[in-house]
Design a protein around this ligand. Structure first.
Ligand SMILES: Cc1cc2nc3c(=O)[nH]c(=O)nc-3n(C[C@H](O)[C@H](O)[C@H](O)COP(=O)(O)O)c2cc1C
Length: 233
């Protein structure tokens, strides 16, 4: 398949070779640099590229290989606006107190940056070219998040590989039932994750993470490290 099959141009207005794009990034390098990208350009993303990152999602593991996922990719402007108009006020209420705390001088810079980026996403969600919803068949009445999250992570990694910006979000669940009806999802296939996707304004890079040496234990967990090494935040 070539760029001529795509429904839009690439990051620089050039039709990417959709078969080749993203195929050479080393896996571990991709994993280490797949940070949440929440500042997105408004340029369209080829539908074929969205198909490609969803295909990566379908290679995720799932219990009994039941593959419970379905993807609803929303590029319709009115529907994106519908989601954004509901997401924004909920996110603003949720993040408000944290933003106030973040004004303190001793607040870690990387957390402040992260919050501001999340707020930016909430305020510009309608401009994200694609809102990708990952939904899944329930089993015995329970959502199968344990399968949908690995699927979503594969999609994020594939976005990283092809150069798209993306981030994992779940806040739409606050209006989840209404959102699922809007998406045409029946009750037995609720959405779990929404991944806003677009060409990044900035660059991918290594996100701030505590060293693995504070997280890895051999054979027995050392509980005395818990006080010394709290998770950041
Ligand atoms: C289960 C889960 C739910 C999340 N929900 C949201 C969300 O609703 N909105 C949002 O902006 N980010 C959300 N995130 C993204 C995290 O905030 C993000 O992964 C974290 O800030 C690390 O970003 P980084 O990789 O750039 O360091 C969620 C992540 C996970 C794993």
């Amino acid at each position: 398949m070539t760029g001529s099959d795509a429904s839009g141009a690439g990051a620089d207005g050039i039709d990417p070779d959709l078969d080749a794009i993203g195929e050479t990034l080393p896996l571990l390098e991709g994993i280490r640099t797949a940070r949440a990208i929440r500042r997105l350009r408004t340029d369209p993303v080829p539908r074929a590229l969205i198909r490609k990152v969803c295909e990566a999602g379908t290679f995720a593991p799932s219990g009994g290989n039941r593959q419970p996922w379905v993807f609803v990719a929303v590029d319709d402007a009115a529907k994106r606006r519908w989601v954004a108009d509901r997401y924004r006020p909920i996110f603003q209420r949720y993040i408000g107190p944290a933003i106030e705390r973040a004004e303190r001088e001793d607040f870690p810079d990387h957390l402040r940056r992260n919050m501001k980026a999340s707020l930016h996403l909430a305020e510009h969600l309608h401009d994200a070219p694609v809102l990708l919803f990952i939904a899944g068949f329930t089993r015995r009445g329970e959502a199968q998040l344990q399968a949908l999250y690995p699927c979503a992570q594969n999609v994020l990694l594939a976005c990283r590989a092809v150069g798209l910006g993306a981030s994992f979000t779940t806040l739409h669940r606050a209006f989840g039932e209404e959102c699922d009806r809007m998406l045409g999802l029946p009750e037995r296939i609720p959405s779990a994750v929404m991944i806003p996707i677009g060409w990044p304004v900035g660059r991918h890079g290594v996100p701030p993470r505590a060293s693995v040496d504070t997280k890895l234990f051999w054979n027995t967990f050392d509980a005395t490290t818990v006080e010394a090494e709290r998770p950041i935040r």
